[in-house]
Design a protein. Structure first.
Length: 336
């Protein structure tokens, strides 16, 4: 396959980002994640993958992206591959990845994955790759209003999966016999964190992009391009065209409006397995995970497309709210 051509190239925090989203380019029909991360992102997960020698005119990040398109990366799907030259974005931030080996856990379902391409030599090329990964991680943390405590290793999620306890950094670096990742960064994880923090302290993450008109796309989900009803330069026009059960997405795949008008007070809903339950419409902290039959407390759409649910139809609309509302659930977790 020929070297890929990105749809757009931007600069984020000094790192060139070549966007080539698998949601738009999947001619080989490879398996893809389908769970939305809109409103659910809690951090950035850092990985290492091995350095590879590539032909002139390309970079390892492009070749790993090409290998994914060709279905040669097995079931690995990440948001970014980063090398010493640039980064290639494979997934929109609105879509979960397959990278943390924690199934439906927070690693896969709620963090943005960066694969930093390095070798055990830890030479100047490796250090530049690592520096680009640190800049990108800092920019993403800043973009979502998160601090350095939301920077995770792959090993962190393996330890969580295995039921281990500890602080974020203890779980980030604690030995796990399944895998120690990022293998080339973990030996100096504290120094890497300091580097990310320095880029966080440096100021706002700047994005430099070619001038292009913002288009708002109306779809059932960002990943479901076939469901698109239209693309609009006006957000208000996109909202008007947004049917019940659809959302309006910006150019980065973020849902900016959801039409949940089909939901009514007292409506019975079947909630998918392992669905995150939240204590409010805004929080990113999951109270617990639920499934089964619930009822819509008032049928009113809250922020992030969440609805208040309760356990019995007779509880709907009753006060005090805290006594009868079980919590908040995103509407896209309803089996419809």
């Amino acid at each position: 396959m020929a070297i890929l051509r990105p749809d757009t190239s931007t600069t984020l925090n000094g790192v060139k980002i070549n966007e080539y989203l698998l949601t738009k380019h999947n001619l080989n029909h490879i398996d893809m994640p389908s769970v939305s991360m809109t409103g659910k992102i809690i951090g950035v997960t850092v990985h290492n993958t091995d350095w590879i020698t590539v032909a002139s005119g390309t970079t390892p990040a492009e070749q790993y992206t090409r290998a994914t398109v060709n279905n040669n990366m097995k079931d690995v799907r990440v948001h970014y591959y980063v090398d010493n030259v640039c980064a290639w974005q494979n997934l929109p931030h609105s879509l979960s990845g397959w990278h943390a080996a924690d199934g439906s856990g927070n690693g896969n379902r709620r963090t943005i994955a960066i694969e930093c391409i390095m070798s055990s030599a830890y030479n100047s090329t490796d250090k530049k790759s690592e520096d680009n990964a640190a800049k990108l991680a800092a920019a993403l943390l800043k973009q979502y209003g998160l601090n350095i405590s939301h920077l995770y290793t792959h090993t962190h999620w393996l330890n969580v999966r295995d039921g281990r306890n500890g602080t974020v950094d203890q779980l980030n670096t604690m030995y796990n016999r399944y895998k120690m990742c990022p293998a080339y960064i973990l030996p100096h994880w504290a120094e890497f964190k300091k580097k990310v923090q320095s880029y966080l302290n440096a100021g706002t993450s700047t994005i430099s992009a070619p001038s292009a008109k913002q288009l708002y796309r109306v779809r059932k989900s960002w990943a479901d391009a076939k469901s698109q009803l239209g693309a609009y330069s006006s957000l208000e026009n996109a909202k008007k065209a947004c049917k019940v059960g659809y959302s309006v997405f910006d150019a980065n795949g973020n849902a900016v409006y959801t039409n949940g008008g089909k939901f009514t007070k007292g409506q019975k809903v079947a909630i998918r397995a392992n669905t995150p339950l939240f204590a409010s419409a805004e929080t990113t902290s999951v109270t617990r995970r639920i499934s089964g039959t619930y009822y819509l407390y008032d049928g009113i759409a809250c922020k992030n497309g969440r609805y208040r649910i309760t356990t019995k139809p007779e509880f709907c609309g009753k006060t005090p709210v805290g006594q009868y509302v079980t919590g908040y659930v995103s509407w896209d977790n309803f089996n419809q």
